[in-house]
Design a protein around this ligand. Structure first.
Ligand code: E4P
Length: 217
């Protein structure tokens, strides 16, 4: 499963890409607002850091304006993926962009029927929001399992991009459920490496090595 970082914070992204473990990035209007920076400038900066997919979301909700915005965003770099809302206008834009070989990420997916329609519209990625479904009392991970089963049975090539990730457990379970990608906030990406027994074990090895008085170099 590939890992994208879900942020518009370019200093966090720089650190994440330096690890060599991250394949792409997703942003949304809320993340852009949190960055306090110019949208197109941020997307251009991120696209300079990676050749991997960088999702940039349209702001409009009607087809014509979404298409006009998509064309501006797609001009920024070859690796820009146009993020579109899961509405009829969004799916219409998805079909038009797909036919022009512009990559798309259909966002705000909360049901199997929505994921099915996005695949029919030729979406490159579908973004089911796990955490926001969990917040309503549903099990967001069930949706990832169901989408994977439906896409596999019918041979859809749309990639499942698990979004609204809130924990390391979400990342692990999304991988087991067959998501192609998980988009992860920087803090959770850093948490993927952490285990108290690793810290405790390493401290003991360092202390015992010091007792030997030896040096490898
Ligand atoms: C990513 O593409 C989504 O916009 C993001 O994961 C949403 O996460 P949130 O539910 O934590 O805002």
């Amino acid at each position: 499963m590939n890992i994208f970082i879900d942020t518009a914070d370019t200093s966090e992204l720089e650190k994440a890409f330096e690890t060599g473990l991250v394949e792409g990035c997703t942003t949304n209007p809320s993340l852009i607002a949190a960055s306090g920076r110019d949208f197109k400038e941020v997307i251009a900066e991120i696209c300079d850091m990676t050749d991997g997919p960088v999702s940039a979301e349209v702001a409009a909700t009607d087809y014509e304006t979404m298409m006009a915005e998509a064309m501006v965003l797609a001009e920024i770099a070859d690796n820009v993926v146009i993020k579109l809302p899961l509405t009829m206008d969004g799916l219409k834009a998805c079909q038009a962009l797909s036919s022009e070989e512009i990559q798309t990420n259909v966002t705000l997916c909360f049901s199997l029927a929505q994921a099915w329609m996005a695949a029919k519209a030729g979406a490159t990625y579908i973004s089911p929001f796990i955490g926001r479904l969990d917040d309503t009392g549903e099990n967001g991970m069930d949706l990832i399992h169901d989408i994977r089963a439906l896409y596999d049975v019918h041979g859809y090539e749309t990639e499942i991009l698990a979004a609204s990730i809130r924990s390391v457990d979400h990342v692990e379970q999304a991988a087991l459920a067959g998501a192609h990608v998980a988009t992860i906030p920087p803090k959770i990406f850093n948490d993927l490496l952490k285990h108290p027994l690793t810290d405790k074990g390493l401290a003991a090895f360092v202390a015992d090595w010091e007792k030997t008085g030896q040096s490898i170099l």
